[in-house]
Write a protein that binds this ligand. Structure first.
Ligand code: HEC
Length: 176
C-alpha cells in the first residue's frame, strides 16, 4: 500500500511539473505576440520619408493601449503619480524636444518633476515608437503638420546611445 501511495505522489508531482511547463510555454507564446506583430510590419516602413507613407494610426493606438495607458490613462489625463500626456506638441516644438520624445520611450526618463520615473521600452519596434508618438500628438494634442510627425528611421537613429533615465531627464527641454 505504501508503494502505491509513493508512486501516486510521484505521478502527481510529475504531472504537476508537466503542467507547469505547458503553462510556461503558453505564457511565453502569448508574450511573443509582439514579436510576431513586429515581424508583420512591412519592410518598406523602415525607409519611408514621411509619416503619411506608413500606416501608424492603428499601430499607434494599439501600442498606447498596451504599453502606456496603464500609467497615462485612457484619455491621456495621467493617473496618480503619472503625468498626463496631453499637449505633447509643445515638447515636440521645443529645442531638442523631438529627440527627447524618442529617447523617453527607448531609454525611460527621470526628470525629478514627478515621484516616479518613466520606464524604458527598448523592445518596442521603431515603427511602434514612431506610431505611438504620433498617436500622442494627434489624439491627445493638436496635430502638427504632417511632416512634423515621426517616421521609423528616426527612431532607429536614436538607438544604441546607452542613455540612462537621468541622462534623458536632464535633456528635457525647458519649454512647456
Ligand atoms: C510605469 C508607468 C509608465 C508607463 C507604462 C509609461 N509612462 Fe510615460 N511617463 C511616466 C512617468 C512617471 C513620467 C514622468 C517622468 C519624469 O518626469 O521623471 C512619464 C512621462 C511621459 C511623457 C511626458 C514627458 C515630459 O517630460 O513631459 C510622455 C510624452 C510619456 N511619458 C509618454 C509615454 C509613452 C508614449 C508610453 C508608452 C510607450 C509611456 N509614456 C509609458 C510613466 C509611464
Amino acid at each position: 500500500m505504501r508503494h502505491v501511495i509513493a508512486n501516486l505522489a510521484v505521478y502527481v508531482l510529475a504531472s504537476g511539473l508537466v503542467l507547469a511547463a505547458v503553462l510556461f510555454a503558453w505564457a511565453r507564446s502569448n508574450q511573443l505576440t509582439l514579436t510576431t506583430e513586429r515581424a508583420l510590419e512591412p519592410r518598406e516602413w523602415a525607409t519611408v520619408t514621411t509619416a503619411d507613407a506608413f500606416d501608424w494610426r492603428e499601430l499607434g493606438e494599439r501600442t498606447y493601449v498596451a504599453n502606456c495607458q496603464n500609467c497615462h490613462g485612457a484619455k491621456g489625463q495621467g493617473l496618480d503619480r503619472y503625468p498626463g500626456v496631453i499637449g505633447t506638441e509643445a515638447l515636440l516644438a521645443a529645442d531638442g524636444g523631438r529627440e527627447y520624445l524618442v529617447h523617453l520611450v527607448l531609454y525611460g526618463a527621470r526628470t525629478g518633476r514627478h515621484p516616479a520615473p518613466m520606464p524604458p521600452m527598448p523592445t518596442l519596434s521603431d515603427a511602434q515608437v514612431a506610431a505611438v508618438n504620433n498617436h500622442l500628438l494627434t489624439h491627445f494634442g493638436e496635430a502638427p503638420a504632417g511632416d512634423a510627425l515621426f517616421i521609423p528611421s528616426e527612431v532607429r537613429d536614436e538607438r544604441g546611445l546607452r542613455l540612462s533615465e537621468r541622462d534623458v531627464g536632464a535633456r528635457r527641454p525647458a519649454a512647456p
